[in-house]
Design a protein around this ligand. Sequence first.
Ligand code: FMN
Length: 400
Amino acid sequence: MNCIQKISQDIYWVGGNDRRLERFENMFPIPNGVCYNSYLIVDEKTALIDTVDVSISALFFDNITHVLNGRNLDYLIINHMEPDHCGNIEEIVKRYPSVRIVGNKKTFQFLEQFYDYDCKNNYLEINEGDKLSLGEHQLKFYYAPMVHWPEVMFTYEEKEKILFSADAFGTFGALSGNIFSDETDFNTVFLEEARRYYANIVGKYGGQVQSVLKKLSPFEIKMICPLHGPVWRKNLPFILEKYDYWSKYKPEKNGVVLVYASMYGNTENVMNVIASKLAFKGITDMRIYDVSKTHPSYIISDLWKYSHFIVGSPTYNMGLYYGMESLLRELEALQFQNRKVSIVGNYTWSCKSTAIMQEMLSKMKNIEIIGKPFELKSTMKREQEEALENLVDEFYQSII
Ligand SMILES: Cc1cc2nc3c(=O)[nH]c(=O)nc-3n(C[C@H](O)[C@H](O)[C@H](O)COP(=O)(O)O)c2cc1C
């Protein structure tokens, strides 16, 4: 049974949800599932914009068949060649042998790398700014390299001023019937997941996102149709502003995330003491995470949101506790920048954690280390209280 949505007079959502998948990219937990969006434009010519993951192929073909209602599919536009959107190209060509597959040079290169099916005769290669007429609807193609793969392009529909934005402006989370973000309680249901999706998946490519935002700025956009999550129709400035902040690595909020590793609870204890002292001084809405408990994608998402953070970790095998090391490596790989941080190290016989955290953080762009790193020798002693108080003071002053 088909399950479609109309997003305008001639444009249909023919995607679907997956609430069974445990991890997106086999890495990121998705407790609220995910949706794969695909859009079908019905005009003098018909055009499908991207396909879906193979996990929902049966539903997808029910949807297309229903909307086409016996008509042929003339074009398949591939904005993004990642398998969660491309799993059905071969089946599309088998069902609609005359379909023209619209993509750029890199799209076709990737298509041939992933799939053996030879459909070269179907290719319609476009360049930046090329136009395709469907009748009343005119499509224009713009490259959006590394948002978040090199072949990515955006398709702009000129009549209704709709931007088909590939993975940009997407979010984790399945749809609950409502296709438009303004029909959802977006801030409660999706915002945290949209940030987690951005920070972890697109986060590394802030510069490229900024270039695309500049490229789009002269266009009038009435709707944004991403490949995951709800469609943006009202309140477009809200998501555009979020993207501007996220891609500039600009914190959305003055606030603190405390992240620690701890085996016996002593580093954890100091992090709690620091948070309590900051709370006493008036800092609100802090977040504390144990790297062994919380998936890094959630921690990274909050680090993207807040202006300040504190890291605490014991020494482990003359190195840094693995979970903390992995988190800091991931942040560096994501080009995380523009934050203020303080450090808490712990050890029993030879301290390495403090220096390693310092070194890893200093490799990141514009990460300012506040105060003298606070070091514990197994547990915090009374005579260290003044030093901790001083660090908290300095850290507090850097927030207000
Ligand atoms: C497997 C293992 C390796 C460790 N390696 C070191 C080390 O190389 N140097 C050191 O000084 N302490 C090392 N420690 C000790 C812890 O860093 C130390 O006890 C610390 O105080 C634990 O902090 P916590 O109470 O927050 O877990 C190691 C502990 C474990 C279990």
